[in-house]
Design a protein around this ligand. Sequence first.
Ligand code: ADP
Ligand code: MG
Length: 588
Amino acid sequence: MSDVIRLLPDHVANQIAAGEVVQRPASVVKELLENAIDAGANSIKLIVKDAGRQGIEVIDNGVGMSGTDARMAFERHATSKISRTEDIFQIRTKGFRGEALASIAAVAQVDLRTRRETEELGTHIVIHGGELKSQEPVVTPVGTMISVRNLFYNVPARRNFLKSNQVELRHILDEFHRVALAHESIDFQLISNDVEVFRLTGTHTAQRILHIFGKKMQGQLVPVNEETDVVKITGFIGKPESAKKSRGEQFFFANNRFIKSGYLHKALQHAFENLISPGEHPAYFIFLEIDPEKIDINIHPTKTEIKFEDEAAIYGQLRAAVKHALGQYQVTPALDFDRPDWDIPIMKQNRDLKMPEIQVDRNYNPFQTEFNLRGMTTPGAGGTFHHYELETHAKPSPELFSKAEETPLKVMQWQQAYLITEYQDDLLLIDQHRAHQSVLYQKFIKSKNKNALSQQLLFAIEMELSHNEKEKIKNSEEFWIGYGFDFVIDEDLLMVNAIPGDMQSDMILPLFQDFLSSDEAISTTDPADELAKYMAKAASIKKGTRLGVDQMQHLVQELFALEQFIYSPFGKRIFKSINLHEISKFLD
Ligand code: ADP
Ligand code: MG
């Protein structure tokens, strides 16, 4: 029998390699944007047609290529970025494998125009399916324009594998966001089917985040800044109250390269523990700078998975950095009982006395004290409240509060806004509005889709809607009905005929107004939960409502029977505990 092993022809090898690098239009977008960045461009334009199926074009003002280099660039393993094995450990560029252009050209029709500053004429190269069609001089600006048309035209199996335009465009947007976030000082433009989707001018990271994700991020970002021998961590995290039910904006970058890391994600989650409920996801934009020798970005062709030499240390430092950031910026509500002076109410009669302003100590780190306390106090029945604030599952058992017959729960109302009660040797200050809101929220959620009890109204409640508002209500109709609402929309008029059994008619208009004016309502993955928040807000007792002793006792018991009794559905702290020791310190 004769020998059977042969070397694959180049174009076949390239097509096979393309399978790894080019999975979908978004992969092409990523590689081309990265090449433009590696070329030193400070202005990059991306044009896509038909979610990249028909065409992807990237225009940059980088250094460009000579004629020979332009031709070479399409050879496999042709790269200007590394030449020796050692270079792999010092990578500062995005690309280095020299595979992208060869792979893309193998499965599409590519048109490249490029010129260097030192040359008068540039080069125009056309390659179809890996085959050089033409190469000639051309008049073209300094930089590179590369157009990739009819992706997978010669690999029907792959073309058929693509998802809907909507999905493919989503992937393109993701890649665009990642690159734009990691290179905030570069101008980027994105045009899709002749519509300008983004025009980003070079700026700093926080501004870039706002430009990309919109004003809704304003006031929601907390800076993270930490540097150790191993890693420098910078970036931003979303405040806990802005956490969402859906996994939204979560980004890790290592040396300005977007990376995926389930492991580091855990570190972040860990840092947010007890600050958000288990189903919620905080936003984060974390930039790690590490000595390139200490990471290996070579383990995957798309280079999004990397290995850290000292993974565990980075985990710990990331977690600490985020915790520190959360603590330093007092992400807990602005009105915090940690700071006010307790002697004020007593001296109130003195009219000349000025209320001291609440001072925020930026270096104050609530986690630190709480962690210290945690180790100190562990009495059998439960410990102090500081302890509970850290343990998600442990809590003052409702029974402790419900042995009403033996020792009635002592509760008093202060300023018609706060309830004051005690638990062991802690004094508790409870925000009555937030407490009730949380109780109702969890009740509503339990009632959703269970044919909630509904009451028919004698007179319909009417409200004029704008076009957008009408859409919003229509899109969320099923969730309203699930809670026992019944309404019709006639032209621009909303007429509510029935409302949930435990709401009152005067709550309804404010509820709809509040709901309609929120940006997020309904766009989340769990619109029913989102709606429950607004219902709870509308139906809960407000500040300024006088409560009877029974009502207060009942509310306190209900609150501490909840699974989530630390933060309100809007992420605000519900109560604060002050330990006996702290009080004696106040009075020192
Ligand atoms: P890699 O980026 O891994 O080096 P590519 O196949 O993406 O491999 O590109 C091959 C080479 O072509 C690069 O090393 C670079 O020298 C050159 N190149 C590609 N795109 C550009 C561009 N937009 N501007 C200038 N040079 C480019
Ligand atoms: Mg490249």
